[in-house]
Design a protein around this ligand. Structure first.
Ligand SMILES: *Cc1c(COP(=O)(O)O)cnc(C)c1O
Length: 376
């Protein structure tokens, strides 16, 4: 999974370029930066890698979500439909935009169930924010169609899904805007960082300004720039961008390794009939950062997670006790939220992290240990 596993000379070289100029910032200092624009270069390489017209690099995935919500004009009084199985940042970003997160259900893709969206739409619904969890896709085409039909904005949280595709098209490029994270545990890392992508010039212009106090970034004298909107500081430093640039260039290598490691484990586990695998609407497009599977019931899943841990199979997660909806339980309105379908699915789910750095021997030992647990 994480790019930090393959930090090396390529990252050091990019950082050294920046250190040699002393220009640690992404804007300004044109005369002394010796032509190095790491953040800008990252943005253009990311956009062309995933096939979006525009990309803006920022300080985190959480910042990216905040930027996307702001650029799309989502704020006080608006409702945003989110899945209950996500990292809490998705929900936090909606709340900090002044909007209200409304939970739909997930399905066996472990992502927002398109069939559950309609029943939670109200006159205040402004956007749908599906999350491509654990490196793979929601039923994004169906969600997109529904959003078009209902006139809703679609923002994709693709923070965990860089490099993943659906029918050959990059996750993050289906909606009005897509968000990525390059935090310490994501597919590639900047140390800390994030990005928004979009095909809409006006959304890009707003995003680019919002992330830097509303600066319009026209001309090469920051002191003379206009501030057409109010924004905030979600800037990335040139040093973090430099690391990310080297990592982005390793993305194909990362995906290839992850996919091979995941395939070996998944193939071995098909021998155990009590295991069902997460549904992938397009298996080819999986970035393979995790292998997620279902046990027959919650008791069996809890017991299996414990046995895997005891057998020394590290990196296994039983997420059910940590759903984001539970973190809002102390808000009176959320105590009443009932998500029986998501409960049923997450109660049975275990996810296993796929590492890049496993050797062949480590991989076979892991498979043996897992087989030992499932044979019992
Ligand atoms: C990591 C993550 C984020 C937030 O990214 P940061 O860079 O850590 O702020 C948002 N959403 C999801 C689904 C994530 O996994």
């Amino acid at each position: 999974m994480p790019g930090f596993e393959i930090f090396g000379d390529e990252e050091r070289k990019e950082v050294q370029d920046v250190l040699d100029t002393g220009v640690l910032f992404r804007y300004g200092f044109d005369g002394v930066r010796k032509g190095y624009w790491k953040a800008r270069t990252f943005e253009s390489e990311l956009a062309s890698r995933i096939g979006s017209d525009y990309s803006h690099l920022c300080s985190s995935g959480t910042a990216a979500l905040g930027i996307a919500l702001a650029a799309c004009g989502i704020g006080a009084g608006d409702e945003v439909i989110v899945p209950p199985f996500t990292f809490i940042a998705t929900v936090e970003a909606v709340i900090f935009a002044g909007a209200v997160p409304v939970f739909g259900e997930i399905d066996e893709t472990l992502c927002l169930d398109p069939g559950s969206i309609e029943s939670v739409i109200t006159p205040r619904t402004k956007a749908v924010l599906p999350v491509h969890m654990c490196g793979a896709m929601a039923r994004i085409e169906e969600i997109k169609n529904l959003c078009s039909q209902k006139g809703l904005i679609l923002i994709e949280d693709a923070c965990q899904a860089l490099g993943a595709t659906f029918n050959g098209k990059a996750l993050g490029t289906f909606g009005n805007m897509g968000c990525f994270s390059f935090d310490p545990v994501k597919t590639i890392t900047c140390g800390e960082g994030g990005a928004v992508v979009t095909d809409h010039k006006e959304l890009y212009t707003l995003a680019d300004a919002f992330a830097d106090h509303g600066h319009d970034h026209i001309g090469n004298d920051r002191g003379l720039e206009d501030h057409p909107i109010l924004g905030t500081n979600f800037r990335i430093s040139e040093l973090n961008a430099a690391i990310g640039l080297a990592q982005l260039r390793k993305l194909d290598f990362i995906l290839e390794k992850q996919r091979a490691h995941k395939k070996a484990i998944k193939d071995a586990l098909t021998a155990f009939p009590e295991i069902d695998f997460r549904v992938l609407p397009d298996p080819e497009g999986d970035s393979a950062t995790f292998l997620s599977f279902f046990l027959p019931d919650e008791a069996k899943a809890r017991e299996t997670a414990k046995s895997l841990n005891e057998a020394g199979v590290d990196g296994c997660f039983y997420w059910y006790d940590k759903l984001s909806v539970q973190l809002l339980d102390h808000c009176p309105d959320y105590e009443k939220v009932e998500l029986p379908k998501s409960d049923g699915i997450m109660g049975r789910t275990i996810s296993m992290l796929i590492k890049l750095s496993w050797t062949e021997e480590e991989l076979s030992r892991r498979i043996e240990k897992m087989a030992g647990v499932f044979k019992k």
